[in-house]
Ligand binder design. Sequence first.
Ligand code: CA
Ligand code: CA
Length: 298
Amino acid sequence: MRIAAKDHVFALSSAHAPAAEVESGSVVTFETMDCFANGLACADQLFSSIDWNEINPATGPLAVRGALPGDVLKVEILDIRLAEQGVMVTVPGFGVLDREMVRETTKIVRVEGGKAVLNDRIELPVAPMIGVIGVAPKGDPIVTGTPGDHGGNMDCKRIVKGASLYLPVNVPGALLALGDLHAVMGDGEIVVCGVEIAGEVDVRVSVLKGAVLPTPFLAEGGRLMTIASAETLDEAAAEATRRMHRFLLERLGIESHEAGMLLSAAADLRVCQVVDPLKTARVELPAWIAERYGFRLD
Ligand code: CA
Ligand code: CA
């Protein structure tokens, strides 16, 4: 099954008709535009030339048969293939360096031989990741530029090939959509973009019945991660930490104070992004610690 980039949405919503429907366990390829709907093809095209309503297209949504509210949707990222060029922008008033970025600029970034060519000195090894990936929320639609408990624009650089992302099912079919690939991005997404790029993503989607996980939950590179988004980075960090703490209590059976000390000693609290309408943080716990308590992830 393949979903073309022309089948895209700008909000995650229970009202959207699925672009495709598959059985649980299916492998699906999503073709994705970059976050500017491929509207910046050369350095003289500026961010302000893009229609605001055309930012962050997410391909889909994909309905998974049998997914019902209360289930968990497991999304295994099997592969991410990138286009040959990406793009970065600066926009005055945007991002952490909102005052320093005094001009709108656009930089085309070639991707060749597994490297993103930033300038004549710096070629960064690509680390392809998915910026926007989520399911329809329970209530009102949520625009694809905003992260939340449904996933969305989390800009978590650990959502890479080999990762398994666990999302809540809020509506029948789950309605998964994804886009906003980055060839490479640092934690924080400082000036409001990674190396934005079109591409293709292969995922396997599986419905888990009766799974109790603090979604969005991520397993990647031998780490288990809780991810939370909130108005401020402080709140996002605290909420991601509380979710991991509860996971230790409820799934691993660890006593509360022991769990607090374990997190303090062994977990890493990290920034996903600080430039979207809500900020996103994650807590990373080495998976072997959970396994020591008998935990196995489905
Ligand atoms: Ca993003
Ligand atoms: Ca982006």
